[in-house]
Design a protein around this ligand. Structure first.
Ligand code: GRF
Length: 186
C-alpha cells in the first residue's frame, strides 16, 4: 500500500477528488492531510473520511524539520500539493525527490511563479487573450512552479470567457486528471 499525503490550504476541491478517487483503493491510501490553515475546508473533508490531519505553522514549517517526523509516522512516501501556497523548503524537497507533485492552473512555464495563483492566473490569461489554457502537474523543487512537468491538459479560451469561466473550465480538468496522474506516477 502506498501512503500519500495531501497538502492543501484552500477549499480543497482537488483534495476531495483525490480522497474520493482512492477511498477504496487497495494500492493507494491517503494517510494524512496537511494544512497551514486550521479552518481550511479540506480539514473537514479529511475528517469526514477518517483521514488524520496535521495543521502546521509557518515557524515550524520553515525553521524546524518536525514535519518530516510526522510524515514518517504516517509512512508517507508521496506528497500531492493541492492548493498549498507556501514555498516548499529544501529539507522537504530533499526528503521527497520526485515524490512530490503540484498542480498549477495554467500551462507552465506560462503564468507561473510567485503571486501567480488563484484568479490572478486566469485574469492574466484573459488579459493576454490566450486562445487556450489548461493545467500542469509537475514535480516540486525549491522554486515556485519550476519542477519537471509530468502532465498537461488544455482547454480553449473563448473570446467571451470571463476569468471566472476560465477558472471553472480549468478546475474541471484538475478534478478529472489529478487523481489519475497521481495513480499513474505511483
Ligand atoms: C487549484 O486551482 C490548483 O491548481 C491550485 O490551487 C487551486 C486549489 O483549489 N494550485 P482547491 O482548493 O483544490 O479547490
Amino acid at each position: 500500500m502506498h501512503h500519500i499525503a495531501i497538502f492543501a490550504s484552500g477549499t480543497g476541491s482537488n483534495a476531495r477528488k483525490i480522497i474520493e478517487y482512492f477511498q477504496d483503493s487497495p494500492v493507494v491510501q491517503v494517510a494524512l492531510v496537511v494544512s497551514n490553515k486550521k479552518d481550511a475546508g479540506v480539514l473537514d473533508i479529511a475528517k469526514a473520511h477518517g483521514i488524520p490531519v496535521y495543521v502546521i505553522g509557518r515557524q515550524s514549517f520553515y525553521e524546524t524539520e518536525d514535519l518530516l517526523a510526522v510524515l514518517q509516522q504516517h509512512r508517507v512516501e508521496f506528497i500531492a500539493l493541492a492548493g498549498f501556497l507556501w514555498l516548499i523548503p529544501a529539507y522537504l524537497v530533499r526528503a521527497y525527490p520526485r515524490r512530490m507533485v503540484n498542480i498549477h492552473p495554467a500551462l507552465l512555464p506560462k503564468y507561473g511563479g510567485k503571486g501567480m495563483y488563484g484568479m490572478h492566473v486566469h485574469e492574466a490569461v484573459r488579459a493576454a487573450d490566450e486562445p487556450e489554457t489548461g493545467i500542469t502537474i509537475h514535480y516540486v523543487n525549491e522554486h515556485y512552479d519550476e519542477g519537471d512537468i509530468v502532465f498537461q491538459a488544455r482547454c480553449p479560451v473563448a473570446p467571451h470567457d470571463t476569468p471566472a469561466d476560465i477558472a471553472r473550465n480549468v478546475l474541471t480538468l484538475e478534478h478529472l486528471y489529478y487523481p489519475q496522474i497521481i495513480a499513474q506516477i505511483l
